[in-house]
Design a protein. Sequence first.
Length: 371
Amino acid sequence: MDYLPADSLRLVQDPLLPHCWSWCAAEMPSAAASHMAFRWRPYLVESLQRYYLPAAYGTIFIIGLVGNLASIFIYVAKMRPWTSNIVIMLNLALSDLLYTLSLPVLVWYYTQPEPPPLQAPLCYLMRVPFHLHLYASILFLTCVSVLRYVAVVHPLRAGWLQETGWGVGVCVVVWGLSALEVYPMFLTITVVSADRKRWCLDFASSESDKIHLYNWLLTLLGYGLPLVVVGVCYMQVAWALITGPYPRTPSRTRAYRLTVAIAAVFVASFAPYHALRIIRVYTRCSVDCALRRGVHAAYILFRPVAVLNTCLNLPLYTLAGGRVHRAFAGLLPSRCGPRHSPRKNLSIIIMGWEGLLLKGISVCSPADGQP
């Protein structure tokens, strides 16, 4: 770590949190101050917000909109009869779609050269859907893991869990719990006026003394507890497949792959955001300017990662069962022969998502079938 001389530091007040002061490098020609300014320039966070967030959210919007509309169409129009698993996956797709539709507002907000004048309702529209979707997705994915666990470990008890009414009841509970988890955000997310501008602060950027306890409860109950459930399901399913009499049946193997995929999403997509959010809350008023800006920059980088499941859920849908494979493949017409039709090759790609070798779409030739 570089240590700056005393005369190269100055106390800087946070304009959004007037009671927060940090020691920051002064604008002076000294080598140490210049090095520190290069590492943690004041506009580092602003640059990430201006360029990185709109690009990330815009990409997620395009992929998520197309993928989730296709998924919802398949579940509504192609999948009959419905099971509890399909009902839960449909609600997961609806959650993804609703959040995706809120992203253009965020893209517009972050592309503005100056913070636009916002009122509280628009601020809520920008911030609350992120958390509602995040914790609804976590709960829906947890329910899918539990269903797969029961199907593999306790197959004789899985019949009644496949009834549609059970799935509808679970989805109602999930939406209710998700709304209850994020309701306090209406009391913590605020529009702050500073320097003749109005800022719509993110949850972790709000007044720290108001959100410490809520942040911990939300992290432990909204993410930590479901993570433990998914981990237990993964270990139980893996053990049942290793020691069971029929470890290589397609349905059991598919259940294992789906459980592994959900566990990977929980760790890779959700864990960094929750860890950085805790650190962000505790360093919001840090006296170390470089630490505060560095944590804030990392927190910004991983916010879009937390909702990448909006796009990654599409492979999860295909892991749900063979019927979903056929429904996705049925979206493409068969124009080549039976050996190299786009429909068949789409099925191969979907199987590649399940861990098989990913194959490209073949090129038709007159000898392969119909021109």
